[in-house]
Design a protein around this ligand. Sequence first.
Ligand code: GCV
Length: 610
Amino acid sequence: MYLHWLKNFPVLPSDTPVDLSPSELARQELEMAFPEKDFALTLSPALGDTFVLDLLGATVAITGGETGLLYGAYTYLCHMMADEPLPNHLESSPRYPLRMIDCWDNMDGSVERGYAGRSLFFEGNLFSYDPARIRHLGRLLASVGLNVLCINNVNVHEPAQGLIAESLPALSALADLFRPFGVRLMISVDFSMPLRAGLDSADPLDPAVQAWWEAAAGRVYSEIPDLAGFLVKADSEGRLGPFTYGRSHAEGANLLARALAPYNGVLVWRCFVYNCRQDWRDSSVDRPMAAFETYQPLDGQFEKNVILQIKNGPFDFQVREPVSPLLLSLKHTSLALELQLAQEYTGQQIDLYTMVPMWQELFRDLPADRLSAIAAVSNLGRDENLFGHPLAAANLFSFGLLAWNPQVRPEMALESWIRLTYTFREVDRQILKNWMMSSRRIYEKYTAPLGLGWMITPHTHYGPNPSGYEYDLWGTYHRADRNAVGIDRTAAGTGYITQYPQELQVRYSDPSSCPDLLKLFFHRLPYDFRMEDGRTLIQRIYDDHFEGAEEAAELAKALKALPFPAPDDQEIALRADRQVSNAKEWRDVINTFFHRLSGIPDAKGRTIYP
Ligand code: GCV
C-alpha cells in the first residue's frame, strides 16, 4: 500500500479493532513506533481535541481529550519521523472544531471532478471498499487533525438518497472503520428526499415534511450516533430547494437543522447559489454577486446548528479570485470556508499546483475568527497513490495543518510534508519545496490572465478555450472585444464591489491601485492600460504566457532530475510532460486570441500564431 507521509510509520495491524478508542489508538501508535520509550498519556475528556505535550527526559507526556491524545501522538510521531525538533512543552488546540473533507463521490463509482481514479467508497451503486485502505485513509486524516469526512457528492444522485434510508447499515459499517481515528462521517442529502419517499411536497413549512425529516434523522442517529451531520446543496445547478416552494434558504436550512438538533448534528448548507441559466446578452446580472444577495438579508435567521459553507471566492475555485464578500459580511451566522483540493480548474492533478501559498493569501483578508469550520473538496480516489499526482498529496496534508492553524507557514507545511514523504538530501528538498511554492504562480501565468478566469474548455475544465463559456448560460463572461477586456464591477459598473467592507472597496475600486493580478476581475480595461510596472495590459498578457510556458518547462526538467523513488518518478515525469504541452497550448491559444482581437503585436517579437 502507498503510505505517503506515513511511510516511516509502523504498519497498522490489520486486526485493529473497530471499537478501539482514539486515545487507545494513540497509545498503540506511540508504542508501535518507539517500543523502548516511556509514554505517559493522561486522558482529560474535557480537553476534546486539545493536547499538551511535554518532553520530560526519557518520558513523553501527553495530556488531552479522547481525540486530543491522538493528535498529540501524531504530532509527536510526525516530528520524530520528519526529524524536526519539538519544543519541550507544547499546548495545541485546533482553530476550528470541524475540519472537513467533502468527497464528491457517486454511488456508481464515479467521482465528480475527481482526478485520482474512481471512488474509494462506492462501485456499482453499492458500498465497495478495501477496509485496509479505509483505515489508512483514517490514519492519514487523523495524522493532520482532520475530523469530518463527507463521503458522497453534494449532487446527490440515485441511489445515494438511500444513504439515509436503506443503505444505513452499510454506512454505519463504514463509520465504524473511521471511528478509532476520530473521523466522523457526514452525508450529503437531497432536499427533495421527502418526494422520493412518497410525500407530495418537500416544502420546509409543511408539517408532514418536517415530521418526515425528524423521523429520518432519528433513524440515521440510531444507527450512527456520532454522525457529524448533513451537507446540502439546494437551489443550485438544477438541485431542488426551498425556492421551489417560495421559501427562503433560512427556512430550508432550519428545517433540517431542527431535525438534527436533538442529536447534536450540524446542518452544513452550501451558499453556491446563482443563476446557472443566465442569458449572456444580459449584462445587468453579475454572477459573483449572487451568493451575497441571497444570504446577506438572512443573517441571524438560521438555527444555531446551521453552518453556511461558502467557497473562498465569489465564482468557483478559479486560479485567483478575491475573497468572497459573503465571508466578510455575515455577522450572526456560523460560517465554514470551502476550499477545493480537487484541481478542477487548476490542472486536474496533472499540472503541479500547490495550494497552501494561495490559502495564506486568503487568510490575509479573511480574519480567521470569522469562521466556525473549514472544509475542502477532496482530491482523493482509488488510484494506488490515492491522489493521482503523488505531489498532490501535499495539498491534503497542508490543508489539515491549515485547518488546525490558519497561520501555518506554507514553507513549513511543505518542508514537513517532503521530509515525511521522501528521503531527500537537503538540497533536493529545497529544490522541490521552491518549485512547489512557485507552482500556482506558474499555472496562473499560462492560463486565463490577471484574475479573469474561465477561459477553460467547457465541462471538462482542462485546457484553454477563451470563448468556451462566453455565449453560454453560466454567467462567466470576459466580454473581450478589440479594445478592451473584463467586466467593470465597481460601483459605476455592476456594483459588485459595494458588497465589500470599505477597506477592500478602496483597495480594488481604482484600476491603477487594484493589484495587477486581480485587475481583470474588477475592471474592464483597454489593452493599452498601463500596469504597475508600466507595461501595457496586452504586453503583460503576452509576457505572462511566454514566461509561464517556459517556467513549466523548467519545472518539468527540475522534477525529472529529482531522486523520486519508483513509482513516483514515472508518475511525476509523465504528468510533468503533459503539463508542458498543456502550458504551450494555453500560451498559444490565449496569446493568439488576444492578438487577433487587439491587432497589437508582441513588443518582443515572439511567435504568436496568426
Ligand atoms: C458538485 C462547480 C463544479 C461542479 C460542482 C459545483 C459545486 O460547478 O463544476 O461539478 O458540483 O461546482 O460546487 O456544487
